[in-house]
Ligand binder design. Structure first.
Ligand code: HEC
Length: 129
């Protein structure tokens, strides 16, 4: 199972994982500090799944679930909000699987959540400079 999770993490976290060629729509806030936190927690979950520590993984999943991808009082494009909502619910599925100590379900939920990272990046993240 090891190579699968590292493959998935690699694709979602790679520096140049954006496929769009045009500049994405600008967001009315700087989301980069939040993203740095998401990356830390996603990597922590990958590691915790490898060593079989669902408690540590659940703590990180809880932080991902409560990350403010749409800061209070801001109005991003509707499509961005849809990606943000989808991400939050996939983080919730992951957190629930980890709290149930169901590692097979958690691994699936984790890779589905990473696909949500990529989906939003494809639309809203500019090619890294
Ligand atoms: C709802 C949309 C959305 C979701 C979901 C999302 N991201 Fe992002 N992410 C962005 C946007 C937009 C940027 C580009 C921000 C910029 O350059 O101003 C970005 C940039 C990043 C960066 C670079 C930050 C920097 O300092 O330049 C990292 C790392 C990152 N995301 C990790 C993740 C991880 C890991 C996940 C999933 C666990 C995730 N993101 C989910 C929208 C999203």
């Amino acid at each position: 199972m090891r190579w699968i999770s590292w493959f998935v993490v690699g694709s979602a976290l790679a520096a140049g994982s954006c496929s769009s060629l045009e500049a994405p729509p600008a967001l009315p806030f700087d989301i980069r500090p939040t993203m740095t936190g998401l990356r830390v927690d996603a990597l922590a979950i990958a590691r915790a799944l490898e060593v079989g520590d669902p408690t540590a993984a659940a703590a990180s999943a809880r932080r991902l679930e409560s990350s403010a991808l749409v800061p209070n009082g801001t109005t991003p494009p509707a499509e961005y909000e849809t990606f943000a909502t989808g991400f939050t619910s996939s983080a919730r599925f992951l957190r629930q699987a980890l709290e149930d100590d169901d590692t097979p379900r958690a691994r699936i939920a984790f890779s589905q959540m990473l696909q949500r990272c990529d989906a939003c990046h494809d639309q809203f993240r500019a090619t890294p400079r």
